[in-house]
Design a protein around this ligand. Structure first.
Ligand code: ADP
Length: 591
């Protein structure tokens, strides 16, 4: 092959390969949603410009034409390293500092170099001299490097090496199949880099020919193989891209000044919203791109309503391997469905509670209404029994009265529990003499105890203050209920009421009341249920012992109102000890 043929071959190769770069640029452009790939598209466009202009330059022998083509190829030469650098930074994720401004700054030296090359005739600072020389059958521009050429070259090498190092670091950080695309990018970088190093170091086997554009062909070929073999742009970068942009959560990347430097599609839509509502605080706020920091003000875990959706906010610091914080990642998670379910549940709960209160109110009213005629029935039966009646009539009359009394008891219980549940029960606060209360209780209960042959006793610990303030009726009701139960469920033995101090406060005291009996006791598996409404250990016992199963439920509610607890220790067949605590104020004079 003679020199003219070689000449033609090399220039054709460069022009031909430049179109391959153009094709690749177009291919990457189609996938420009991923910013790394977008810069690869620009990079390939620059490679096209470089190779194409240089190929034409080789074919031309005219100084002016050659100079214009050189300026054109320098547009590619100066921008390729910067674009490569941006691509590497974006692809490796080291791009938190890549703002529109910093990217513009990166292009200052390339633009300055091109302008000074275009105007070199006036100042000769890019090339100190330019002339045509002929070597190996080619016409070349023989140039002497000026200070701006050196500035551009040093800058280009600096960013090229930096980009290379980013990809190398990434190569060691990633795992598995991710190594393959990075290897392609690194291999694609090596050829042009070294051919340019050889060219600048004056290692030129074909005289003045710079083989860098031809080496860039290798890059293009490697990338093309990559596209065909491992779908270079399609899978790895796009997996992250799809994930980032298509998940329904809004993702914001903030720098240390809390400025948003990246936001996925959902996040961008959210930022465009006019208003948002911070549900936890119920406050409405304006929100737009001008108020970038707005979401960073919301506390983590808070729910935010934007348009029709509800988002929950979490933020995570972005920390590098040196444990330095680079920024913050804010995720607004779409919790609309969960929130809807919660709201529905809350509504259902509220309406159930309202229904329950309405039912209790109805019961309270009804019981109250029934109680008045019931008192009439009992009262008039009493009067009837005082008149002259036959023995049979006396017996019937007594039965009417007993049934009336039982019914009244039930109605009273229902009235009490429904009053408490309808939240109509208010605790009184008045002076009470504990000893007086207990003696009154024992006086009433003794009658029943003695009827059954039981011993009823009480003891009050020495340190229990007797002059207290509280609701005497309420306390009396609980004590009566528990003592009456103790007597009811005990056939022989004794019932003992004991009062001691559970804990002391500044001006109040928590008293512990215990009512112990030697009765039938309660099976272990029933203990947890007996404080529930309408619960009895043995339903058949209703006939033997009577009752409604409401007494303990009422006690539990009343004790709760008095700030205490209620419980039982019991052994079946041996007896039970019901206890409860109640907080009572100490009368000032009693101290
Ligand atoms: P009742 O009106 O049936 O007495 P309570 O709520 O007062 O309703 O009591 C519920 C059930 O707890 C009783 O039916 C009984 O089975 C059991 N019980 C309550 N007190 C005692 C006790 N001192 N000894 C044994 N069982 C008891």
């Amino acid at each position: 092959m003679d020199l003219a043929q070689l000449h033609l071959l090399i220039s054709t190769l460069m022009i031909g390969s430049s179109f391959l770069a153009l094709f690749l640029s177009y291919h990457a452009w189609k996938r420009r949603q991923n910013e790394a790939v977008l810069f690869l598209s620009f990079l390939m466009a620059s490679v096209f410009l470089w190779s194409f202009s240089y190929g034409l330059d080789l074919l031309s022998a005219d100084l002016v034409k050659k100079y214009i083509l050189t300026v054109m190829s320098y547009v590619g030469i100066t921008t390729v390293p910067v674009l490569w650098f941006i691509f590497a930074a974006r692809y490796s994720g080291n791009d938190h500092w890549l703002t529109p401004l910093s990217m513009k700054l990166l292009f200052i030296i390339p633009i300055f170099s091109i302008l000074s090359l275009a105007t070199n005739n006036m100042h000769h600072l890019f090339f100190t001299s330019v002339e045509i020389v002929y070597s190996h059958g080619f016409a070349f521009l023989y140039t002497q490097a000026g200070p701006i050429w050196w500035l551009h070259t040093i800058y280009s090498y600096f960013v090229l090496i930096l980009g290379f190092l980013m990809l190398v670091c990434m190569f060691f950080k990633v795992q598995g199949s991710n190594h393959l695309p990075i290897s392609f990018f690194l291999a694609g970088w090596i050829f042009p880099f070294f051919s340019n190093v050889f060219y600048i170091a004056d290692f030129r086997p074909f005289g003045f020919i710079d083989f860098t554009p031809l080496a860039l062909v290798c890059t293009v070929v490697i990338f093309t193989i990559g596209i065909l073999a491992i779908r270079l742009f399609d899978i790895t970068p796009f997996a992250f891209d799809v994930m980032f942009h298509h998940i329904p959560d809004g993702i914001f990347v903030l720098d240390l000044d809390l400025e948003i430097i990246n936001a996925n599609r959902t996040a961008q839509q959210l930022l465009n919203a006019k208003r948002y509502q911070n549900i936890s605080y119920g406050s409405e706020q304006e929100c737009s791109f001008n108020s970038n920091r707005i979401f960073s003000k919301i506390a983590d875990g808070n729910d935010i309503r934007i348009k029709e959706k509800v988002y929950n906010k979490t933020s995570t610091p972005i920390i590098n391997s040196k444990k330095q914080q680079l920024g913050t990642l804010i995720i607004l998670r779409d919790v609309t469905e969960r929130k809807q379910a919660e709201d529905e549940l809350l509504q259902a709960k509220e309406s159930a509670e309202a229904a329950s209160i309405a039912k209790s109110e109805f019961l309270a009213n009804m019981s109250h209404e029934i109680r008045t005629p019931m008192n009439g029935i009992i009262g008039f039966t009493d009067l009837l029994l005082e008149t002259e009646l036959s023995e049979k009539q006396q017996l019937y009359g007594k039965n009417v009265r007993k049934s009336g009394e039982t019914l009244l008891e039930i109605i009273n219980d229902i009235l009490d529990i429904s009053k408490i549940e309808a939240e109509k029960f208010e605790l009184q606060k008045q002076d009470l003499d504990l000893l007086e209360q207990i003696e009154e209780l024992v006086k009433i209960m003794k009658l029943h105890a003695h009827e059954k042959g039981l011993r009823l006793s009480y003891s009050i610990a020495q340190d229990v203050p007797l002059m207290l303030r509280g609701d005497p009726k309420c306390l009396f009701q609980v004590l009566t209920n528990l003592t009456a139960n103790a007597i009811k469920f005990t056939s022989y033995g004794e019932v003992n009421i004991n009062i001691s101090v559970s804990s002391r406060y500044d001006d109040a005291i928590m008293l512990l009341f215990s009512i112990r009996d030697t009765g039938i006791g309660i099976p272990v598996d029933k203990i947890e249920y007996i404080f529930e409404k309408f619960t009895q250990v043995d339903n058949s016992s209703t006939r033997k012992y009577g009752g409604t199963g409401l007494g303990l439920a009422i006690c539990k509610q009343l004790v709760g109102l008095m700030g205490g607890n209620i419980g039982v220790n019991s052994e079946e067949g041996k007896g039970s000890e019901f206890w409860f605590t109640a907080k009572l104020e100490i009368q000032a004079k009693a101290e």
